[in-house]
Ligand binder design. Sequence first.
Ligand code: PHE
Length: 354
Amino acid sequence: MSPLVSPYKNFDELSFPADHPGRAVTDSYYANRDMMLRTHTSAHEVEMFRRGETRWLLTADVYRRDEIDASHYPVFHQVEGARIFDASPSGMKQVEEDNARVSNILAKSNIVIEDIPHISPTNPVQHNHDPVFSELVAKNLKLSLNNLLLKVFGGVAGISKQEPLRVRWIEAYFPFTSPSFEVEVFFQGKWLEILGCGVIRQATLDTAGVENKIGWAFGLGLERIAMVLFGIPDIRLFWSTDPRFVSQFEQGKITTFQPYSKYPSCFKDVSFWLPQNSEIHENDFCDIVRDTAGDLVEDVKRIDHFVHPKTNRTSLCYRINYRSMDRSLSNEEINHVQSQVASQLVERFEVEIR
Ligand code: PHE
């Protein structure tokens, strides 16, 4: 499926309100008014249901404008999964049977789950859903995903064989599910956010022309999970073709990444006056840096923000950390890149370099 979708498909079809921040040009990549790069795999939910699929997984590249650091990259991958059942007593009997089967597996496994109610006043059942059906489906969602996490994280480096896998369910909000949840896994001393999910908003199924069904959907980010499972310290490494990286991995096997020498970093600051009464969104600044320096940038931090007391002009200073994944950078090369960043800033935002 093409990563270029209409904003309608990425947002409206999924009940996003007209003023949702994700729609902003600072947060998403637009080709023009009518086309954008999908920001999540949920953009294909309606299409998948329209095809008549009742249980499916979809993996794809997604695009978001964001800051630059070791765990953010403008392209990443998500897996979307969904399952729908007949909204009828016989459909619910199927859910109950499935719930009993998976409960049984989990009861015999080394997993500790911190649960919350399937439905609550702040995480409500949809008005057009039978609360009993919604409860059963939410339970099926939780059991299915706990089982998935057990398969992915159970007995992996950092989670010892004796210690249980700890999973925590949290109330969440998504415009296209209710109730909604986020799931976290305890890994190396920290709770790690893994996925978002919920009971599919009926409007989504209506739009897809699916009648008398109720079901759940989830979406998870692959790089975040892979970074943790394989001990990969920088998201840019996924794009490396360096044999020292690529040769360490084998399909179907989780290994711990053996870092090869990290090349030195090179910090460069750029400070500038903003034109009177204007601002620069941090994502716009980072885009210029990416466009100019590509993957040579490890992270970008704003280190100063100053308003001149007399002139009222604003000055900003950003520190760019340059580091290549596969070679040493020369100061000369980086000075050249840095001066291009500065001239792009002048050209695109009319700033005055200090
Ligand atoms: N699309 C959501 C995100 O990218 C995740 C999600 C998928 C939530 C499906 C609910 C249901 O954050």
